[in-house]
Ligand binder design. Structure first.
Ligand code: HEC
Ligand code: HEC
Ligand code: HEC
Length: 134
C-alpha cells in the first residue's frame, strides 16, 4: 500500500529513473553534433565513378599521416613519384596533385577533423594551400 506522504518520493524516484534511462540518448545527441563531419562533396570526387580514396576509408582515417610521411620520403629520398595502391591503381605521389586534387576543400575536410582533435599540421608554409573548391 502506498502511503500519501511517500508519494513525492515515489514520483521523484520515477523521474530520476526515467532520466537515467534516457541518458544514453541525450549523451549521444550532444556527441553527434560535436563530432567532425568532413565533407566529401568536391567537384573531383563528384566526378569519380567509384567514390574511393587511394586506400580504404578505414585505413585512410587511421593512417593518412603515416601514408603522407611515406609519400614524402619516397619522393625526397628515392625520387619515386608513382604510388601503386593495394588494388593496383596508380596515383601521382603528391600532396597537392593527388590528395588536394580530390579533397579540394581543405577547410571543410582536413581542418574539420584537425580542429576537433587539436592538431594543426604545418605543411602550408612550403606546400601550396589549395584554393577552396567545393
Ligand atoms: C620546410 C618545407 C616543407 C614543409 C613544412 C613540408 N614539406 Fe613536404 N615537401 C617539401 C619539399 C621541398 C618536397 C619535395 C618537393 C618535390 O621534390 O616535388 C616535399 C615533398 C612532399 C611530398 C611528396 C611530393 C609532393 O609534392 O607532395 C609529400 C606527400 C609531402 N611533402 C607532404 C608534406 C606534409 C604532409 C607536410 C606537413 C606535415 C609537409 N610535407 C611539410 C617541403 C616541405
Ligand atoms: C581520387 C580521389 C582521391 C584522392 C587522390 C585522395 N582521396 Fe581521400 N578520399 C576520397 C574519397 C572518395 C573518400 C571517401 C571514401 C569512401 O567513402 O570509401 C576519401 C576518404 C578519405 C579519408 C577518410 C575521411 C573520412 O571521413 O572517413 C581521409 C582521411 C582521406 N581521404 C585523406 C586523403 C589523403 C591524405 C590523400 C592523399 C594521400 C587522399 N585522401 C587522396 C578521394 C580521394
Ligand atoms: C576523419 C578525420 C580526418 C581527416 C578528414 C583528415 N585528418 Fe589528418 N589527422 C586526423 C587525426 C585524428 C590526426 C591526429 C593523429 C594523432 O595525433 O594521432 C591527424 C593528423 C594528421 C597529420 C599529422 C599531424 C601531426 O602533427 O602529427 C597530417 C600531416 C595530416 N593529418 C594531414 C591531413 C590532410 C592533408 C588531410 C586532408 C587531405 C587530412 N589530414 C584529413 C584526422 C583527419
Amino acid at each position: 500500500m502506498i502511503r500519501m506522504r511517500d508519494k513525492p518520493y515515489i514520483i521523484l524516484g520515477l523521474v530520476i529513473f526515467l532520466g537515467l534511462l534516457a541518458f544514453p540518448f541525450w549523451y549521444n545527441v550532444g556527441k553527434a553534433s560535436a563530432a567532425p563531419e568532413p565533407s566529401l562533396d568536391t567537384p573531383a570526387i563528384r566526378q569519380l565513378s567509384q567514390k574511393q580514396c587511394v586506400e580504404a576509408r578505414s585505413y585512410m582515417r587511421k593512417s593518412h599521416m603515416q601514408l603522407l610521411n611515406d609519400w614524402r620520403n619516397w619522393v625526397v629520398r628515392d625520387g619515386d613519384r608513382i604510388y601503386v595502391a593495394e588494388n593496383g591503381k596508380k596515383y601521382e605521389i603528391s600532396l597537392q596533385n593527388s590528395c588536394l586534387q580530390c579533397h579540394s576543400n581543405k577547410a571543410q575536410f582536413c581542418d574539420q577533423c584537425h580542429n576537433y582533435v587539436g592538431v594543426a599540421p604545418d605543411c602550408w608554409t612550403c606546400h601550396i594551400e589549395p584554393e577552396e573548391n567545393k
